[in-house]
Structure formats: C-alpha cells, structure tokens
Design a binder for this molecule. Structure first.
Ligand code: SF4
Length: 272
C-alpha cells in the first residue's frame, strides 16, 4: 500500500472530519498506519485508491488525524482523545437540532457520523475513545466497517462499540478473510453483520456459498458492496440473504451539500 506520509511538518496537529458526498460527515485515518488487518484483495480494490482520496490535502488530513490521535492517547489515554472526538461530533450536529428538540420535529438531516471513510481501528485504546465519545453523545448515530476483527482484545472492544444503541458495526470481508468473519459474527452475540466486498461472481463462488449458508449455517443477511469505480460496478449478486448497497448501483445520487440528505442518510441501512 502506498504510504500516506507527506512533506508536512510532523508538529502539525488537529482532528478534522471529511465532508463525504455519500456518507455525510466522516472521520478518516491513513490506511498504511491503521488498516492493520487489510487483505491483499482490499488493498488492491480499496476505493481509497481513487483519485479524490489521494490528493495531497486528503492525505495530509489523514496523517494529521493519526498523529493527533497518537499524541492524545500517549498524553492522557482514551479519555482525552474522547473529549476531542466529542468536539467533532458536536461540530456536525444539525443546525436545527435544538429547535427540533423543543418542537419534537425531526431535524432536516439526521445527526450522523461514519467512523472511517478511509482507515480502520488500529489499537484498542483508540476504540475505547470512540466508545466514550459515543456514550457522551447518544443522539448522534455512528457506524463503521472494520477488518480489525482478527485479534481477540481489539475485537472485544469493537464489539462493545458496535453494541451501543447509537452505533452499528459491520465486519468487512472478502475472499481472503471471510472464514474469520463468519466465526467472528458467531462469537459477537448478535451484534455484527458482515459487509462483503463483492467481486465478479465467478471469483467469489466459494465465499458466497459459505456466507449465504448452503446448509443453513450462514451469517445472516449480508451487506454487499459490488466492486465499483465511478459509475462502473460489477454485476451485483442476487440472493435473498444479500442486500446490495443502493448507492453503488446508482439508486441514490451523491450530494455535495452537507445541509441536504446524503445517500447513506436517506438509505439508512447501515445506521443504528
Ligand atoms: S447500504 Fe445504504 S447506508 Fe449502507 S453504505 Fe450503502 S447507501 Fe450507505
């Protein structure tokens, strides 16, 4: 994977969100530092390889986030980082949120944050910070996808995060890690769902058979992301146990304005 280091000074600190036209607000981290259980398949097909994620500015932001996360964890542990994450959550609270609380009407757009539109959970202390932050802002809906589930203690922390009422987590699987994913779902006490990186059907036959449970032992409903670049996507697999992301197939259009409903907010399948 290409290193995400930049020429920017390493004393540059700060946490910053990304305004993502599909998911709405998201927090990102550098892949080469945090995708600690990346597979060969996801390294090759990751949408983070796309041009809009590879600008100098986007890479610098991810590295700055990472440096700051590490600094805060070293200085004072998960609590201090959590305090700063809460600050980020508060930044993206819809402007009509207070009025909506008083009138009982819904906000124009929901209060949401996707943890990692790029990057993953690299250590359990970092997960703990998100647990604390999510508990402090129970009205904000958080969701994430992760491949960091093959280390027991990290998985336990992630399970605690995904089990919070305002949070939802998916275990990201592909042809290289799906067996571990199925096992983790079974160990997760009903907390997890699988999210599959779907390549062409002929490339994923064995995995599909396992995931949709030929013998009734499947992992429940699977969220599928057919591999895509721009408007191109591989043909989605049709199966009653598979839900294909409608943003990939073009049912929802990208929305540049943060004050309007984004595809993930409109679809809401992945939200808690
Ligand atoms: S399934 Fe819906 S909520 Fe999930 S990523 Fe796709 S559009 Fe977003």
């Amino acid at each position: 994977m290409e290193a995400e280091t930049t020429t920017e000074t390493t004393k540059d600190y700060g946490l910053e969100l990304t305004n993502n036209s599909k998911t709405s607000w998201a927090f990102s981290m550098p892949r080469d530092r945090t995708c600690i259980m990346a597979t060969g398949v996801c390294r090759r097909l990751c949408y983070g390889n796309g041009i809009r994620y590879q600008s100098k500015g986007q890479k610098a932001k991810r590295m700055r986030n990472y440096r700051t996360v590490e600094l805060l964890l070293i200085k004072d542990g998960p609590e201090l980082l959590a305090e700063n994450l809460v600050g980020l959550l508060d930044q993206v609270r819809p402007s009509d949120w207070l009025a909506a609380r008083i009138t009982g009407d819904p906000t124009k757009t929901p209060w949401t944050l996707r943890i990692h539109d790029v990057g993953d959970f690299h250590k359990k202390e970092y997960v703990r910070s998100w647990i604390i932050a999510a508990e402090k802002r129970p009205d904000c809906s958080l969701w994430f996808y992760t491949r960091s589930f093959r280390e027991r203690r990290l998985f336990e922390e992630l399970t605690e995060l995904a089990a919070l009422p305002n949070c939802r987590g998916f275990l990201s699987v592909d042809t290289e890690n799906y067996e571990a994913g199925v096992k983790a779902v079974a160990q997760g006490g009903g907390v997890w769902k699988l999210a599959m990186l779907q390549q062409k059907e002929e490339e994923i036959g064995e995995m599909l058979g396992e995931l949709v449970g030929r013998d009734g032992s499947g992992a429940g409903e699977i969220l599928s992301f057919p591999y895509h670049r721009g408007r191109y996507h591989v043909e989605p697999v049709a199966h009653p146990d598979i839900f294909t992301c409608p943003a990939v197939t073009g049912e929802y259009k990208l929305e540049s304005s943060a004050s309007k409903l984004r595809p993930c907010q409109a679809c809401s399948y992945c939200l808690p």
